[in-house]
Ligand binder design. Sequence first.
Ligand code: LMR
Length: 398
Amino acid sequence: MFSSLNALAPDPILGLIALANKDHSPNKVDLGVGVYKDETGATPIMAAVKIAEHNCAEKELTKAYIGPAGPAEFNTGIRDLIFGAQHSALQAERVRTVLTPGGCGALRVGAEFLKRCSDDATVWVSDPTWANHLPLLGNAGLKLAEYPYYEAGSDGIKFDEMMSALANVGRGDIVLLHGCCHNPCGADLSEKQWRELTVLAAKNGFLPFIDLAYQGFGRGLDEDAYGIRYMAEHLPELLVASSCSKNFGLYRERVGSLSILGDNATQADASLTHINNVVRGNYSMPPSHGGAIVGEILGAPVLHQNWEDELTAMRSRINQLRVLLVDKLNGQGVDTDFSFIARQHGMFSFLGLSGTQVDQLREQFSIYMVGSSRVNIAGISQVNIDYLAQSIAAVLKS
Ligand code: LMR
């Protein structure tokens, strides 16, 4: 049965981890996979997570099943973090949230749920989007289409073209949006653009499915949820996938959530039975460990504050690096205007380099980035930034 299978090419992002790990050059700069790194290049466990993990181990009395939706403490805590505890949709009991294995689990459960709701549905994704969106959504049986969003190396998104493409998308179809910190380009919708998009969604009836993988890494926890909160106030239905990989640093624990906003409490409850049924038929129920840590942090005011302070420090570091990188590149006398990097948000930006230039940086300078020239800004440090800027300049001038 397996003899006809040929080996697949490595995943474009995960393959880079293996390549970079094999490179022992002292100059190596790894700007590949999206994990937060500190000044020393480490991805430490957040202090609030360490404390919560200890508390959870002390409190846990059983390893009995937790059910497809996951623990209520997590579900309530993360729902309030995403929507804001006082949101009118929560007061009207229109939102239901489940724990999923990572943001990927949320996207996949959401996609299977949407396939049930609308068998012939097409999901529209931004061009470009995160590479893994395509299999996560497409393998659930949804058809895929693209709307224009961003040209590598440019400043600002192609909002008019995006709106023209989405003007033809109607009821029964889905539009996937990045809640903040667009992956891979770092260029986000402005608050005004979110409002205009909401008007279009209300008029045309398409369903927004928002991927919120970087809440707290852009402008702030509340600011990064602006689009979701605005849409939840003005639209009858919405689906939100969130990830705790980055903002809680829980990458390998696989913690995320899927939230559904229904037109009313009865519809939200009915939808939840289907979501739980999709989960049961897939992985039965989520692992509890990571969700328990997040529930513990969000439920304890002091721990919650400590976590927010750590997250704020991570965000500030990335934003400072963005400004510094632009300065250092300017200092190298390159012709390209990189100032857009300082105006973008989150872990990623495109440098706007060709595939050949990306290969050259890897092969000649041990600098690793995704083939599209997406860089993880958090991989830059005071130690490597001069070498990075010099190497990029050398490649641009060669
Ligand atoms: C990334 O985009 O690098 C991260 O989200 C990690 C991944 O799984 O691709």
